[in-house]
Design a protein around this ligand. Structure first.
Ligand code: FAD
Length: 390
């Protein structure tokens, strides 16, 4: 078994690390102070993404993406995950279901999004529909040659900077006809309801949008009527693996910072690390990080290069998301503790990570929902997908 990165992957990882250090981390204070970037900061960050060739890493070169496989995407996102303020979201990553569009849809939505000229936001969640998307009440009804959409979507990440939505709706209110529509934000009837504030500082917002009599053509249906869950599931799988990557990256930074602080800071005439209470916290952080990272690398490698099936990957991605995000929660909690009062100051990266990592146990399916997915897999096919490795 060869567990070494090949030279191409190693080079990519190093470039992503440099990008994080040279572009993302220097923007952290600005992001925290302004609750987002200034227009100048945002413009220079966008230029940097293009210069460093990190636009649309998840899409094929034919569509203007970098064409990285899932393992390579994970290597890159792990490095970006070191940055606070969710600055990892600056390099745009158009959602993967856009690749299922028609040629005309790709020309209008995907390719400009890969070039950074447009930006998408994926809108499923509603006030009454979160973990259970069958409770969505946003509907599309046929009216002549058009479709008319009514409803409201919550927590639409990057909805402030997006100019179109992948909108998860039920055709005629029927959960068996869940469908994704591509809706331009400037279509009459699309209205910003409000922009709530959240626990974390995030480079973009998560607004609530209303869709009131929004009229679109047949050509805005992505992948066909009734394919909504399938497309959304593809999005979930990719995002869950990338949450795994970013939480491992954030955990690594938390450990780095904690080790450095515990070595430098002295109390009672000794560095903190000389107290076994602190040393043991660091030891647990290191061991748990190793376990999460090993799982992440194994599953992403298998997905990219080992021929994992679609169902198998769905089941595995749930375990990656669950384990990596829960591990990160424990690691960052200890990091704050090790930093003492400084760990509670917003000017410290560990404080920001503490607030920012919390959502990783909630979005893209809560930890409970990941356990539901894993439980379903156990009931249907047994534990082989989790335990059966040589
Ligand atoms: C910052 C942020 C950004 C987001 N971005 C987006 C976005 O871009 N697009 C989008 O569509 N959505 C987005 N979401 C929504 C997110 O995916 C949902 O919040 C999440 O799926 C949970 O849904 P809910 O909040 O309605 O909680 P609920 O579904 O109401 O769940 C509440 C609690 O009940 C538990 N629960 C529910 N069902 C079960 C069950 N069967 N078994 C055990 N426990 C259960 C949950 O785990 C949770 O603890 C975002 C959310 C946040 C906070």
């Amino acid at each position: 078994m060869d567990l070494e990165l090949d030279p191409t992957d190693r080079d990519l990882q190093a470039r992503a690390r440099d990008f994080t250090r040279e572009v993302l981390i220097p923007l952290e204070d600005e992001c925290e102070e302004h609750d987002g970037l200034t227009p100048q900061g945002a413009a220079s960050a966008k230029r940097a993404v293009l210069e460093w060739d990190f636009a649309a890493i998840n899409h094929r070169p034919e569509d203007g993406g970098r064409g990285l496989d899932l393992f390579q995407q994970m290597l890159v996102e792990e490095q970006w995950g070191h940055a606070t303020g969710a600055l990892w979201d600056i390099p745009w990553r158009p959602s993967i279901p856009l690749a299922s569009g028609t040629e005309e849809q790709k020309e209008r939505f995907l390719r400009p999004a890969c070039r950074g000229e447009r930006r998408d936001a994926y809108a499923i969640t509603e006030e009454g529909a979160g973990s259970d998307p069958s409770m969505v009440t946003t509907t599309a009804r046929r009216d002549g040659d058009d479709w008319v959409i009514d409803g409201e979507k919550w927590h639409v990440t990057s909805g402030d900077v997006a100019d179109f939505f992948e909108l998860h709706v039920l055709v005629d209110g029927d959960p068996a006809q869940a469908t994704v529509f591509l809706v331009d934000k400037d279509t009459p009837g699309v209205r910003l309801v409000r922009t709530p504030k959240y626990m974390h500082t995030f480079v973009f917002e998560h607004p609530i949008f209303a869709f009131e009599g929004v009229r679109v053509g047949e050509d805005r249906i992505l992948g066909g009527i009734g394919r909504g869950y399938e497309l959304t599931k593809d999005w979930f799988v990719e995002e869950r693996l990338m949450i795994g990557a970013r939480t491992v990256g954030a955990s690594t930074r938390a450990l780095d910072l904690s080790l450095a602080f515990a070595s430098d800071r002295e109390q009672f005439g000794r560095p903190l690390v000389a107290f076994q209470a602190i040393e043991f916290m660091l030891a647990d952080m290191a061991a748990e990080l190793m376990a999460a990272k090993s799982l992440l690398y194994r599953v992403c490698w298998q997905a990219a290069r080992g021929g994992t099936g679609r169902k198998e990957l769905h089941a595995l991605a749930a375990a990656v998301k669950l384990l990596c995000s829960e591990t990160a929660g424990r690691i960052i909690d200890r990091a704050v503790q090790i930093h003492g009062g400084r760990g509670y100051m917003r000017e410290q990266p560990v404080e920001r990570l503490y607030r920012e990592l919390r959502v990783d146990r909630i979005w893209e399916g809560t930890s409970e929902i990941q356990r539901v997915v894993i439980g379903n897999e156990l009931r249907k096919r047994g534990h082989g997908v989790y335990s059966g490795w040589v």
